[in-house]
Design a protein around this ligand. Structure first.
Ligand code: BES
Ligand code: ZN
Length: 457
């Protein structure tokens, strides 16, 4: 049987698959930091060569930012697109890593063997699960069972500035029947997942200026306005005592989850205490009256991601600063319009601003939420295929994170996405000591072989 032969090949080739992944992991392709632009190019070139070794016609396409890697193979059967991103998050704070983030290794942990390093889970390890499944398929059958377009982006972690123009310019070339995206997680250790809802994201940075220069807090303190206090007051006012966001109109386009979906989620038996307990917390901090699962999958949020101002170096300085800055992100759901929310947020800030202060905003991107059409038969086929590989049947789930590209594929290409990934909540994405379970990598490759089989049979 063909599928079994492919699965056997995956098992016997695992060490070689890992060596290839390690080569890619060693490239520090941090997209947000211009100092690593050459490394992003190196990672793109590495992927082009690897795809070419599979007989894929592949190239790294220049953009104003980092290149897009596009590959095409096959000319019969269904046309699948596969998306992943080869860029990674910065490694700071470096001192909290137990080893060089770009010197990956396999480690034995109480939870099993893990691949440790930046990008192992988000997203190089995940991306390579699909490539390795294709490699095994070709090794056994000589060719893939369908047409595939590979699409690897290098700017996902920095807001994908080149993506929309690139999709518009190359729409005809990039159209496919469905897009497979490997950038999400399992539901739990034994339960694979197809993510059917993603939250949108709005990023805003604001700087408040009070006096026109830093002041001595003895000479001026009391009389002169402190912009850090103004900023903290604004930030504090963004939520009320029940955890709801106070920006006027914020909840206008937030739907309640359909009862059937809520019943399905309830049936998943999500362990809210364990989820918070795993990061040493015990009290859900979101909207009162909402479950933890709702808070992360279906409710919008407003988070302060960073706040700076005044003197925060070693020692102490009695400064009354001129400026204070915050970086704030909103996760959006349903039909919330990121541009409407941005305007409402800025109006809220201005309404709270003392008359002798000014505010400047920097826009850090805006994209809406997306919901996938689970009635497309491909979803049920993939669900059954995943259920064959893992101990428990696959679940349709939501996700707290954002993958704006899924919405752009829908809007610009008219292509829906199926989000299948093998990450886990304890992978420490974007944090020090990121890891990917070896089991996620191995079973992830096997899962894609099964999904390819199910979608093309
Ligand atoms: N892979 C993540 C998204 C994700 C995280 C999905 C957790 C499911 C579970 C992705 O690479 C990511 O981090 N996206 C950013 C958005 C981007 C515009 C910076 C995010 O969600 O913050
Ligand atoms: Zn990612």
């Amino acid at each position: 049987m063909t599928l079994q032969a492919v699965l056997d090949r995956i098992d016997s080739d695992l060490d070689a698959s890992l060596s290839r992944l390690f080569e890619l992991l060693r490239v520090p392709s941090i997209s947000t930091d211009p100092a690593f632009a050459d490394d992003c190019q190196t990672a793109a070139d590495w992927l082009v060569k690897d795809l070419q070794s599979l007989g894929v016609t592949a190239s790294a396409r220049p953009t104003p930012g980092h290149p897009m890697v596009i590959g095409h193979v096959g000319d019969t059967g269904p046309h699948l697109m596969f998306y992943g991103h080869y860029d990674v998050q910065p490694v700071d704070p470096l001192e909290l890593w137990d080893r060089d983030p770009f010197d990956p290794e396999i480690q034995d942990t109480p939870g099993g063997k893990v691949i440790r390093g930046r990008g192992t889970s988000d997203d190089k390890g995940q991306l390579m699960t699909f490539v390795e499944a294709c490699r095994a398929w070709i090794a056994v059958n000589g060719e893939l069972p369908c047409q595939i377009t590979f699409f690897f982006e290098g700017e996902e972690e920095s807001g994908s500035p080149s993506l929309v123009p690139f999709l518009k310019e190359n729409a005809d070339e990039l159209k496919a029947d469905i897009c497979l995206i490997c950038d999400t997680g399992l539901f739990d250790h034994d339960t694979p997942a197809i993510t059917t809802m993603l939250r949108g994201l709005l990023g805003e940075e604001l700087t408040i200026t009070a006096a026109d220069k830093d002041l001595h807090s003895g000479s001026f303190g009391g009389a002169a306005r402190n912009p850090i206090r103004v900023l903290c007051d604004i930030v504090d006012g963004l939520h009320d005592d029940t955890g709801r966001i106070t920006v006027p109109g914020f909840y206008d386009d937030v739907p309640e989850i359909a009862p059937a979906v809520m019943a399905q989620w309830d049936g998943l038996g999500f362990d809210a205490d364990g989820f918070l307990g795993s990061v040493d917390l015990s009290e859900p901090a979101g909207e009162q009256g909402r479950s933890v699962l709702e808070m992360i999958w279906s409710r919008p949020t407003c988070e302060v991601n960073g706040i700076t101002g005044g003197y925060s170096g070693d020692g102490f300085k009695t400064v009354l600063p001129s400026q204070a800055t915050a970086k704030i992100s909103f996760r959006l759901v349903g039909q919330q319009d990121p541009f409407k929310i941005r305007d409402a947020f800025r109006a809220y800030v201005r309404s709270k601003l003392p008359s002798d202060c000014t505010v400047e905003f920097i826009d850090h991107g805006a994209g809406g939420a997306s919901v996938m059409p689970t009635d497309d038969p491909a979803f049920e086929k993939a669900r059954l295929a995943l259920s064959d590989e893992w101990p428990k049947p696959a679940a349709f789930v939501g996700a707290g994170g954002s993958i704006p590209i899924a919405g752009h594929f829908q809007e610009i290409l008219g292509v829906n996405s199926m989000l299948i990934g093998f990450g886990k909540d304890d992978d420490q994405l974007h944090s020090p000591n990121e890891k990917y379970d070896l089991r996620s990598f191995h079973k992830g490759i096997r899962s894609w072989a099964r999904v390819l089989d199910a979608l093309t049979r």
